[in-house]
Design a protein around this ligand. Structure first.
Ligand SMILES: *Cc1c(COP(=O)(O)O)cnc(C)c1O
Length: 233
């Protein structure tokens, strides 16, 4: 099995060649390492190889890892669903939330973000796969939610995030990512200051980068296949 260091290099090479193929600057695509289900020791190996930003899906699991790795200057992103009973922990411990899809959750996060901390960086999650996904706001409702989130004092709206349903059809992958990017552009035209389009995972990062992704969320290609994925509920 290859080391995490080698896996990270291989992922960065994929990102760079996808960016170049799209005529984009490879430096314009940030790599978020999604470490859900993987032990703190593996995160430490990734950190030793230069990776600082990590994504987790489950709040309690993330808090355990933050505790175990408190001596390292890591940046934590929540990429899984957020229930209202967990907002305080998230507001106090994370730097980013990728999965905002309700104004009520956004208000709670803003109220609960400690004054001493910088505003929480947030992305509105958009559901571009219709019925197939329960998470994310419908595209036609994204603008209203984005405007409401942008007005909250302790949140900083950075852009949009999407997890299209998996498909091997690259044309379909690109069509879904394009829909998100067009929504992102329309929000910028409406005056929102956005800089982040979080889309692309191990299986579809090339399509996402071709359609303008600025942050890819990669788990399997860095840490290997996950043993068992807990139910996200
Ligand atoms: C698990 C997960 C990822 C990483 O997926 P891989 O296919 O392992 O790269 C990215 N984004 C979200 C929201 C996830 O839940």
């Amino acid at each position: 099995m290859r080391s995490i260091h080698d896996n990270l290099q291989a992922v960065k090479a994929r990102i760079a060649s996808a960016a170049r193929a799209a005529g984009r600057d490879p430096g314009a695509v940030i790599l978020l390492a999604v470490s859900k289900t993987h032990a703190p020791a593996l995160i430490e190996q990734a950190f030793a190889a230069g990776q600082c930003a990590f994504g987790e899906n489950y709040v309690q699991e993330a808090l355990d890892k933050m505790g175990a790795l408190a001596r390292l200057p890591l940046e934590w992103h929540l990429v899984g669903p957020l229930q209202s009973n967990k907002t305080r922990l998230v507001a106090e411990r994370f730097q980013w939330v990728h999965t905002l899809d309700r104004e009520r959750i956004a208000r709670r996060l803003s109220e609960q973000r400690p004054d001493a901390m910088a505003p929480l960086d947030v992305l509105v999650q958009v559901n571009v796969s219709g019925e197939a996904s329960k998470s994310g706001v419908a595209p036609r409702e994204a603008a209203a939610l984005a405007q409401a989130v942008a007005a909250l004092p302790k949140l900083r709206l950075r852009g949009l995030m999407a997890v299209p349903e998996p498909t091997d059809d690259e044309g379909l992958q690109r069509a879904r990512f394009r829909e998100v990017r067009e929504l992102y552009e329309s929000l910028k035209h409406a005056g929102l200051q956005l800089d982040t389009l979080s889309m692309g995972m191990t299986a579809d990062l090339e399509a996402a980068i071709a359609e303008g992704s600025t942050m890819v969320r990669i788990g399997t290609a860095i840490f290997g296949v996950r043993q068992k994925v807990k139910d996200a509920a």
